[in-house]
Design a protein around this ligand. Sequence first.
Ligand SMILES: [Zn+2]
Length: 322
Amino acid sequence: MLVKNRSKSLRIKKLEVFQRRLIQNHPRLLPILDELGGRLAGHHGEQSNDYFLKPFLSKDYCVLHDLRLAAHDSFFQIDTLLISSRYILILEVKYITGTLHFDHLHLVIRIRDDGTEEAFQNPIFQVKRQRSHLTDWLSRNRVPNIPIHSLVVMSNPRTIIKSLPSHKDVLQYVTHSPYLQERIQVFDKMHSVEKLTKKEITKLSKLLVRHHTPENPDLLKRYQVEEKDIIKGVYCTKCFYMPVVRKYGAWFCSKCSLKCINLHLPTLEDYALLYGTSISNKQFCDFLQISSRHLAKRLLTNMNLHSVGENKGRRYILPSPK
Ligand SMILES: [Zn+2]
């Protein structure tokens, strides 16, 4: 059963807002697009790996994607968690191009097809740490003892893995997506004792979803983006043209002719991603580039938003981006 689905992270959504709204030639645009490209590749890699988990969704497994849970003084993230009555499996999904050398203890070296080399954290270390964090978390939350396994899954079928024969961990912990089903069957055979009842699995899944805390990074600060660097106006969700204008009670895109009554809603999500969920009538007019306070008031009222304050000090609370 699929308990928690995968969606784009707030970090990716914020980077996408920068991509469509940052003024041309902004000095941080290239590193922003670079980070966005890498994170989108990772996200697509995770999505393509989900395909290989489909056979398990109808069986007695609970599958949760994208979990971020509190550790002692920080958080730990899990790409996919599979809960069965006999064991739990953590999957760390990597979409990496090129050849990966697991020759070092803490690092892996990636060699791209063009010969360039890059070092990054050994994902085997990462899954071992996740396992120990999850063990702590489960015991803190009084979940009955259950074996936990973890795997690094390479979702790009073209990733070549090389390692020293002494690195037995690589065989044990690293696999490619198409072999995931076989690996899970091996874990199934290893564990015959039922540790959790169906009811306990459901309870644990709900507990995990309730404790999930999405990361909400301050990317304005991270990339030194100021309000003056952001292009304002309603954007067209079909062709991304800005600014779309309001005509005869609807938004109209002069580039692709899209006509839509509620096109201000995605733009307000951009606002919330950039500046938070609280907005005044004045800020609403400014960000959506509309001149009529009355139109703003009407659109805000139609959204049935919770508001705080009175008259000119009134602030509306937009839905939190998810
Ligand atoms: Zn358009």
